[in-house]
Structure formats: C-alpha cells, structure tokens
Design a protein around this ligand. Structure first.
Ligand code: NAD
Ligand code: SF4
Length: 422
C-alpha cells in the first residue's frame, strides 16, 4: 500500500516546514479555506468514514458536526497527544517526524467547526516532541498559516502546546481538559460531551494526533477516495504499533482491517527465535487477550469488538511461549493501579484487589478460589466512572478465562513455572 500517514517520515528534516511544503504540505489548508465552506469540509470528512484513532473510534465528521452546530463562543480545538497506553507509540512518530501534518489537520478542523484557539496536549514524557512542535508552530506563524486572517481569509487561529505532567488519566479527554484548565486531572461526567461543554465549559473538539494527520489527505484527495481504503465500515490507513516478542517491532502503516496474523508474521517478521506465539493483546494494555487460534481477525473497530476485544489505539503486544501470562497480567494491572485517579470506588479498590490477588498467584501463594474472585471484581469494575476503570480489568479477566490452566499451574506448583532455576 502507498504510504499515506507515514509519507513524509523518512525524508531528511521531515519535521521542517520547508520539507513539508515541498511535499505538497498546506495545499489542503489552502483548498479548504479558499474553495470549501465549513459545511463542505464536514461533509467530506463524513463521507470518508474516518473514525477517531485515539481508541474509541467515534466518527470524526459527526463530532465536528456537533461542535459546528453549537453557537457558544469562543470554541476550542484540542489535539489529544497524551498517548500513554503501555506499548502505544504511534502518535509519537507523527509528532516528531511530521508535526506539520498534525498542525494542518488541526487548522482544517478548527475552520470547519468555528474554533478560534487550539491546544496540543502533549504527553509529559515527550520532551523532544515538545521542542519539535513548538518549532513547527513558530514556522507556521512565520508563513502565515497560524495567527490572524490566515491566508488573507477571515479565519484566525492561535495554537499552543501544553505538556502534561505524567498522569495517564489525563489522556481521558475530560481529565485532559481539567488539566488544561490548571487543575488536577479527573474525568468529568459525560454527557455533556466536550463538543458542547469542554475547555472552560465552552464547545471543544478533542481529536487524537493520528486522526488529525488523516485530514489533509481527505481534503486533498476526497472523502470518497479515502473511504475505499481498508475495511468498508471502518476505512482508511491505520498505524499499528507492534511490540513484544516479534523480530521487527515498530510502527506499521497498513489498511484498516489488515489481519492480525499478517501484521505479526509478515510485517513484524514473526516471533523472535521462531518460537511459538502464546498470546496477543491486540489493542493496548486495556484490551482482552487473544490466543494464537484467534489471530485471523481483521484489525478494525467492529471486527475486534465482535471478537470480544478492542482495537483501542492499535498497539499490538505479542507474547511468546516463554512468557508467563500471569506475570504479564500482573504488570498490566500494576500499571492501572498506579494510574487510577482514585475518584471512584470500583476502579480505585478494584485495581488494588486485582494487583494483590494476581501477585499472590504469581508468587505461588494463590488458591483456586482466587480465580473466581478476580472475575467477580472485574465485573464490578465495569461500573467504574470512566474508561480507565471499565477496561483496566480486561487483561486480567481475559487471561484468567483463556489461560486458566496456566493460573492453576502456578497455584498447584506453588511457584511460577517459567521462573528460571526452579
Ligand atoms: P468515548 O466513547 O466516551 O468517546 C469517544 C469520543 O467520542 C470522545 O471524544 C467523546 O467526546 C465523543 N463522543 C461520544 N459520544 C458522543 C456524543 N453523543 N456526542 C458528542 N461526542 C461524543 O470513549 P473515551 O472514553 O473518550 O475513549 C476510550 C478509548 O480510549 C478506549 O477505547 C481506549 O482504547 C482509548 N485509550 C487510548 C489511549 C492512548 O494512549 N491512545 C489511552 C487510554 C485509552
Ligand atoms: Fe478515576 Fe478510575 Fe474512576 Fe476513572 S475509573 S474516575 S480513573 S478511579
């Protein structure tokens, strides 16, 4: 497949405005501002079928339509660049290698929805990205793509970078907005959705980095062209971040819906040492595990939901036969316990209980009853306040269900069967 999202990343100095413009950059913005109305743009994005790449897959055109329909002013356009899910590193490639694609996508989105000010909420652990984005923004101001009366039109837009301080929960859009307002980031109740009541309770569009990088392509080549790439009900190119026991870990751009088997065995080169595949988390740390028999699934939102898991951010984590599934589950739930904001009981207590029980099993001190307690705690966590708690139990509950024998082995042996020297 022709590289679309990653078309610029291998060029020397791809992060500079000169290289971006030389490759056709900012032409989509010119077309949008000079030849298209905000309604035309929203229609084009709706026709493309683009769905949000942050993890939830909400239709981008619809989100923009909701925001455009709200008459309160000022409106804000926020890029969620707080990618913090373990093993998720796809947005980083765009931020560091093609920042102008992100800025151009934001500009087009802001014009379409009537937003006057924009923020890129950047993961605190991406200091290089911050420097690159700040430089790119300064370049865009110099060239007249940001600021007052952009390209001689009535459209004005100012853009700022705001770095997070390391809390994973601030990737949840309402916690992100709290943080942007200078407060401790905690999720807000939804609805109202940010498109109507977001930053400073004003209409606010929040879009992921990869989502926005698609926008110049859609405006340049048309929504219809875009809708023909990948899965029919979930089209477009997709960035998959593959990590773990594969020969060639990295970020791969492939059509949405590429089978998981192809991603692991063709693009990522197969399993290290040609060992046997044991398990895959197909959509980041909060997705349910898949077994080797389940990897023919197309990697898109509906197919993975049908398979009982989720695409999420598209982070594929691969485990081989030498990995301990109990330890993997423990590492993931430890992360969520650490990152739980503590606002609601099911998540605050549930993540702590799960860590204690899974650790006990991993250390060989567990009982068979513990497995039922894990599933019961997981069920309760479904009632958490936000997506973090609702999904945090997935890696644990799904591994208990699909790899029960391995949990039982730890319990019966009184130790981890994978620990060397035992
Ligand atoms: P969500 O379904 O609540 O919302 C998705 C988006 O659609 C939001 O922007 C929301 O405001 C909007 N939306 C939904 N319904 C709407 C409506 N009726 N009107 C207007 N707007 C509406 O999901 P979420 O909690 O924002 O995100 C969950 C996802 O985030 C998970 O699937 C997970 O994969 C992903 N995630 C990603 C990372 C990462 O690092 N990329 C980290 C954690 C979680
Ligand atoms: Fe906070 Fe977890 Fe509750 Fe979300 S689910 S509000 S992260 S405690």
């Amino acid at each position: 497949m022709e590289r679309l999202l990653l078309r610029n990343v291998d060029k020397e100095n791809s992060h500079t405005i000169e290289v971006y413009i030389k490759g056709g950059g900012y032409q989509a913005l010119k077309k949008a501002l000079k030849e298209m109305s905000p309604e035309d743009i929203i229609e084009e994005v709706k026709e493309s079928g683009l769905r949000g790449r942050g993890g939830a897959g909400f239709p981008t055109g619809l989100k923009w339509e909701f925001a455009a329909a709200d008459v309160k002013e000022p409106k804000f356009f926020v890029c969620n660049a707080d990618e913090g899910e373990p093993c998720t590193f796809k947005d980083r490639v765009i931020i560091e290698k093609d920042p102008h694609a992100l800025i151009e996508g934001m500009l087009i989105g802001a014009y379409a929805t009537g937003c006057r000010y924009g923020y890129i909420y950047l993961r605190g652990e991406y200091p290089i990205g911050r420097k690159i984005l700040e430089r790119a923004i300064a370049e865009a101001y110099e060239k007249g793509f940001l600021g007052e009366n952009i390209l001689g039109t009535e459209f004005s837009f100012d853009l700022y970078v705001h770095s997070g301080a390391g809390a994973y929960i601030c990737g949840e859009e309402t916690a992100l907005i709290d943080s942007l307002e200078g407060r401790r980031g905690e999720p807000r109740i939804k609805p109202p959705f940010p498109v109507n009541a977001g930053y400073l309770w004003q209409p606010t569009v929040v879009n992921n980095v990869e989502t926005l990088a698609n926008i110049p392509l859609i405006i340049e080549r048309g929504g219809k062209w875009y809708s023909q790439i990948g899965s029919p009900d979930c089209p477009g190119p997709k960035l998959y971040a593959v990590s773990g026991k594969v020969k060639r870990p990295g970020v791969y751009e492939l059509p949405m819906g590429t089978p998981l088997r192809e991603i692991i065995y063709e693009h990522a080169g197969g399993i290290v040492g040609d060992r046997k595949l044991k398990a895959v988390f197909p959509g980041g740390a909060s997705s349910c595990v898949l077994t080797p028999e389940e990897i023919d699934v197309p990697m898109d939102f509906p197919s993975l939901a049908k398979a009982g898991t989720m695409l999420g951010s598209g982070a594929v984590m691969v485990l081989d036969e030498t990995d301990c599934i109990v330890k993997a589950a423990l590492r993931l739930i430890e992360f969520f316990r650490h990152e739980s904001c503590g606002k609601c009981v099911p998540c605050r207590e549930g993540t702590d209980w799960l860590v204690r029980i899974v650790r006990r099993i991993e250390e060989g001190q567990g009982t068979e009853d513990d497995l039922d307690v894990i599933l019961s705690v997981s069920e309760t966590m479904e009632n958490s306040f936000c997506g973090l708690g609702m999904a945090a139990h997935n890696p644990v509950a799904s591994t208990v269900k699909k790899f029960r024998e391995e949990f039982l082995k730890h319990i019966k042996l009184g130790r981890c069967p994978f620990r060397s020297g035992q």
